[in-house]
Design a protein around this ligand. Structure first.
Ligand SMILES: Nc1ncnc2c1ncn2[C@@H]1O[C@H](COP(=O)(O)OP(=O)(O)OP(=O)(O)O)[C@@H](O)[C@H]1O
Ligand SMILES: [Mg+2]
Length: 345
């Protein structure tokens, strides 16, 4: 047996040495994307469903984000966008929408990503409003725990030399959180906010970005670190529990003021099924001085998982998938009630 293994290894080595692959350094090939349909139009541009075509009828479903021409034309945006895209290229995690390719066609940038078959969290919240239901508390905590899991990975991501990349999302909001039909929660648009952050119009206002999801440090135009994303997680969790963004004011200025100063509600009073423990977690996540927040996404993840699973039972991807099927299916108006019946401890 030993002799045989050695023989195989030696043969394989000989084959490899004689094969020209060891001299081949590149494979050049034009990638062909077929555009299937437009999914949505966001602030940055259009998102399309596409298919990446290969030889012999190979075909892979992808999502393609076409960046608006007017953005692609701004050199400052271009360099920031490309820089961030390079940074996030190797983020591979189940809670993050993977980036496959960055291309440019006719001066217009496009980004090819993993296609997520599912709903975004904003649609999910709206569906609850339309059907007059509350999002079950544990499910809301579960969704944010999965977002924190993706963030914990990205914040800690290092390059091949072991240097911390310093990745911060900066735009954690319901439109950038996808619920895949299998029940995976996926964060999208990593790094894009940073590219936009640096773009101002003639009045000095930021061109894009949603004010009501800014962290206090972003609202004050200060330098951010991963703790800004934790604040974003808090805003999203609060929104799922209250069914509205708690900081949204009449004007962008009022919203920013609320982010900086508005006293936080007692969430246990807003909803009777929110306990003091979860209220305390939310208050710490939404602390204005970042030194008073949880100090890392990994810490927030740990706290949320303890909250969910301390008695050995709690939400899973499969249960979330079933819930979303109910919500958009024949049990649409009673999904929340069915969840309570099935999952009460
Ligand atoms: N990888 C993907 N797979 C499937 N659908 C996606 C994917 N990425 C985005 N989408 C859908 O396209 C919508 C628009 O995305 P896009 O990021 O362009 O805009 P947005 O998130 O609404 O706003 P912003 O421009 O501020 O990010 C998303 O809300 C989501 O529903
Ligand atoms: Mg987006």
């Amino acid at each position: 047996m030993r002799v045989c293994e050695k023989g195989v290894a030696a043969d394989a080595r000989k084959d490899f040495d004689s094969f020209p692959l060891n001299k081949l350094k590149h494979i050049f090939n034009e990638i062909h994307y077929e555009l299937v349909r437009s999914i949505a139009e966001g602030g940055m541009g259009m998102v399309l469903e596409g298919r990446q075509l290969g030889s012999d009828n190979f075909s892979k479903q992808v999502a393609i984000k076409l960046i608006r021409e007017e953005y692609s034309a701004i050199p400052e945006f271009r360099s920031n966008f490309v820089g961030e895209a390079r940074l996030v290229a190797d983020l591979i995690h189940t809670n993050i929408v993977q980036t496959y390719h960055l291309g440019v066609i006719g001066g217009q940038y496009y980004m090819v990503m993993e296609f997520v078959n599912g709903k975004n969290l904003e649609d999910f919240i709206i569906r609850h409003l339309e059907t007059k239901q509350k999002i079950p508390v544990t499910l809301a905590v579960f969704i944010v725990s999965r977002v924190s899991r993706g963030l914990a990975y990205a914040h800690q991501k290092r390059d091949a030399q072991g240097r911390l990349l310093g990745i911060v999302h900066r735009d954690v909001n319901p439109k950038n959180i996808m619920l895949a039909s299998e029940g995976d929660v996926k964060l999208t648009d990593f790094g894009i906010a940073k590219a936009l952050d640096l773009m101002y119009n003639e009045e000095g206002e930021v061109i894009a970005g949603k004010d009501e999801y800014l962290s206090p440090e972003q609202a004050k135009c200060e330098v951010t670190d991963g703790r800004a994303d934790l604040f974003g997680c808090g805003v999203v969790l609060a929104e799922m529990l209250c069914m509205r963004n708690i900081f949204e004011g009449e004007t962008p200025e009022a919203t920013r003021e609320n982010i900086l100063k508005m006293p936080l509600p007692d969430f246990a009073k807003v909803r009777e099924d929110v306990d003091a423990k979860l209220n305390a977690i939310l208050h710490k996540t939404l602390a204005r001085p970042r030194e008073e927040r949880y100090q890392s996404a990994a810490e927030l993840l740990d706290i949320l998982e303890r909250y969910l699973y301390s008695d050995g039972y709690g939400p899973t991807n499969e249960k979330l998938a079933e819930y979303v099927r109910d919500l958009y299916g024949p049990h649409g108006a009673t999904a929340s009630q069915r969840w309570m019946q099935k999952n009460s401890k």
